[in-house]
Design a protein around this ligand. Structure first.
Ligand code: PLP
Length: 432
């Protein structure tokens, strides 16, 4: 009898939480590590938000509360989303969750049977692919092209839709690419979905980076398109916009009350409710007018760093980097570096026991960390299916500008360190 259920081998993960072990090992070996791996703002939540949580704890608001979320937060979310998306959302369609991550699994469990097809962006947030494979659904990656600013067109999506398609993930602004879908493209995507999909196919619109958008662009959501409110599960949250990652606060907006009841029941089955004092603080973040300026300052800082980082990356031989329009990540193409260092050749010569678990970009990412002290994420961390032959790393710009400058100097050194790389691969200690 086997200890684990067969499906456990199909559950993926989020390497952003695993790279910490590598960093610790590199630091134990004496390396000073600059962290370009972080998927969270390097700002703290605002005092006016923190104070509300503290006050509520002192007042004894630390018990169970309604599983779908407290009424005042659901009302605040419904009002904000209604105003910004130009639609009417009733608070009863809002379900509060511990972060914006649980709705991913909820949507897959609620809508998708084994064998159904699920379309999702690749590179994309790895938890989509993880849940899809875990539940035995068919993963259909929608490959994002750097030449199009990591956006995708309605035509590309249309080619992937079949009669078995049940759920379509979109994520704008995108992790890890910073790509942003323009309103005109969203209109065409909505048209394709209306034309090609049964009314029971759901679009999962992951909008957690909605406030982090550059160059004066405006965030647009597919839910605003004609007929799409009835088909869209809109998910957002406080982690990125209000620098509240550790608070664990997010929400889903469901097309029907029946679906909202299912998400609420999944909350009950998992964690009962999101802590009430956290929800009160989250309500404050949405309603307090000071938030506008706090978010504006953070986004301005990210944009300044973006301007520096993208120029600096593009000046390194072997690297090209599209200009991210949102979120706080750069996603440089490092194919030239992999070629210069001989990473592609070395990867091909790895034993079969190792090669499926790594890639040329992974070898470079490990080398960069263990020998040059810069922690990044490799392409494989953002969807593995169909990632072969794609050579990218993700650089988080949620790091102060001095560290960014220092890290990019190290990155350039690593990109030229052919001998060091050969030695690193030969030692074969950290290849995946
Ligand atoms: N969706 C995307 C695209 C993300 O990048 C993240 C976090 O990195 C999440 C969802 C999960 O957000 P949270 O930390 O609020 O659960």
């Amino acid at each position: 009898m086997k200890l684990l259920a067969g499906r456990m081998k199909n559950l993926g993960s989020e390497n952003a939480f695993k790279v910490g072990d590598d960093i610790r090992r590199a630091e134990q070996a004496g390396m000073k590590v600059i962290r370009f791996n972080l998927g969270e703002p390097d700002f703290n939540s605002a005092d006016f938000i923190n104070q509300v949580a503290v006050d509520h704890i002192h007042r004894g608001n630390s018990h169970y509360c309604p599983p779908a979320g407290i009424e005042s937060l659901r009302r605040a979310v419904a009002k904000q989303i209604s105003e910004t998306r130009g639609i009417e959302i009733h608070p009863d369609h809002v379900v509060v969750t511990v972060g914006a991550k649980p709705p991913i699994g909820y949507a897959l469990m609620s809508y998708v049977n084994a064998g159904d097809e699920v379309i999702y962006p690749s590179p994309g947030f790895p938890i989509y692919e993880s849940w899809i494979t875990y539940l035995g659904a068919k993963a259909v990656p929608l490959h994002l092209d750097e030449k199009k600013g990591f956006s995708f067109t309605a035509d590309e999506l249309e080619k992937l839709i079949t009669r078995k398609t049940k759920l379509i993930f979109i994520n704008s602004p995108s992790n890890p690419t910073g790509g942003v879908l323009a309103e005109e493209e969203l209109a065409k995507i909505a048209q394709v979905i209306r034309k090609k999909c049964d009314e029971n196919v759901r679009v999962y619109s992951d909008e957690v980076y909605e406030h982090i958008i550059f160059d004066g662009l405006k965030h647009h959501s597919i839910i605003s398109q004609r007929g799409m409110q009835d088909r869209t599960v809109l998910v957002s949250g406080h982690s990125k916009s209000f620098a509240m990652t550790g608070w664990r606060l997010g929400y889903a907006i469901l097309p029907t009350l029946e679906e909202a009841a299912i998400f609420k029941n999944l909350n009950i089955n998992n964690f009962s409710c999101t802590p009430p004092f956290i929800q009160e603080a989250g309500r404050e973040a949405i309603e307090n007018p000071s938030s506008t300026e706090t978010v504006r300052r953070m986004v301005h800082e990210f944009q300044q760093r973006r301007d520096y980082v993208i120029d600096a990356l593009n000046s390194i031989e072997g690297i090209s980097c599209a200009n991210p329009k949102g979120a706080f990540y750069a996603f440089p193409n490092i194919k030239g570096v992999c070629e210069n260092l001989g990473a592609i050749e070395k990867y091909k010569k790895l034993p079969k026991s190792i090669s499926p678990r790594t890639s040329p970009a992974t070898l470079f990412q490990k080398f960069l960390l263990y020998r040059h002290g810069v922690a990044t994420m490799d392409r494989r961390s953002f969807g593995q299916i169909g990632s072969k032959g794609k050579h990218f790393i993700r650089i988080s710009m949620a790091t102060d500008i001095d560290s960014l400058k220092l890290g990019i100097v190290q990155l350039e050194k690593a990109s030229k360190d052919r001998d060091g790389f050969a030695k690193f691969v030969k030692e074969a200690k950290h290849l995946y």
